[in-house]
Design a protein around this ligand. Structure first.
Ligand SMILES: C[S@@+](CC[C@H](N)C(=O)[O-])C[C@H]1O[C@@H](n2cnc3c(N)ncnc32)[C@H](O)[C@@H]1O
Length: 225
């Protein structure tokens, strides 16, 4: 006789506590192709200076998604030293355009140097200032909008995105699992509350079809219907 499963046990297809376990994470990173010298240098610099870049596992998902929707235009909210920006620029190709935004002019100066050395400067427009303001001034529809600003602003970003994204375009957001804090019983931090509100509204929105990929800190991928 087959033993019956405990009533409150998670369903077998959940793979509970499996995907994000440390050794599996190490395995995923070990599979990634070697980055070119500029990206490798940026990864090293970010690690030395605690700059929160997406890193190569998420960056390759971003680039793959851009290639899948044949993206030519990308708007990035929160670009820091331009690591994710370079992956976008490589995906959109020579005739594509990526808008870099960051509030810190020192980040932008450093990014500018990396863009020149990576051979992608021509495709990138640098905007220094509030990324949400820059986005709200945009008249065109983008193929991809990537959100990586301060987490408290996520609900506000969601309100701005839909009219500036083409049908079939992607709205992608990093850190939506917030190191697991989204599962806290009584979250106190405003950032956690903002992410919870953002995720709920994004999933509930009739304008988007959303999935959170549990890679690194959680990546929300929302297709504009
Ligand atoms: C997580 S980092 C971006 C990392 C980058 N996307 C990458 O993966 O290479 C967030 C950056 O957003 C910038 N930032 C946060 N809120 C912003 C805002 N409202 N407007 C412009 N920049 C913002 C910060 O200065 C910081 O450099």
């Amino acid at each position: 006789m087959t033993p019956t499963k405990k009533k409150n046990a998670p369903p077998s297809w959940r793979h509970y506590n499996f995907t994000t376990a440390g050794p599996v994470d190490d395995y995923l990173y070990s599979m990634l192709p070697k980055r070119d010298s500029v990206l490798a240098e940026m990864e090293e610099y970010a690690s030395q200076h605690d700059i929160p870049i997406v890193g190569p596992a998420v960056a390759s998902v971003l680039q793959q998604l851009a290639l899948m929707v044949n993206a030519r235009t990308v708007f990035e909210l929160g670009s820091a030293i331009g690591y994710s920006t370079i992956w976008w620029a490589q995906a959109v190709g020579e005739n594509g355009r990526v808008i870099y935004t960051d509030g810190d002019s020192r980040n932008a100066e450093r990014a500018r140097g990396y863009f020149a050395r990576a051979g992608v400067a021509k495709q990138i427009t640098l905007c220094i200032g509030d990324a949400l303001e820059v986005l709200s001034e945009q008249k065109q529809e983008f193929d991809i909008i990537f959100n990586d600003v301060d987490k408290d602003d996520y609900p506000r970003v969601l309100r701005l995105v839909a009219p500036r994204l083409r049908k079939g375009g992607l709205f992608i957001t990093d850190n939506v699992l917030w190191s697991g804090r989204v599962a806290e019983k009584n979250p106190k931090e405003s950032s956690t509350k903002a992410i919870l509100e953002f995720n709920r509204k994004l999933y509930d929105s009739k304008e988007f079809y959303t999935t959170i990929l549990p890679i690194r800190d959680g990546l929300a991928v929302a297709l504009k219907k």
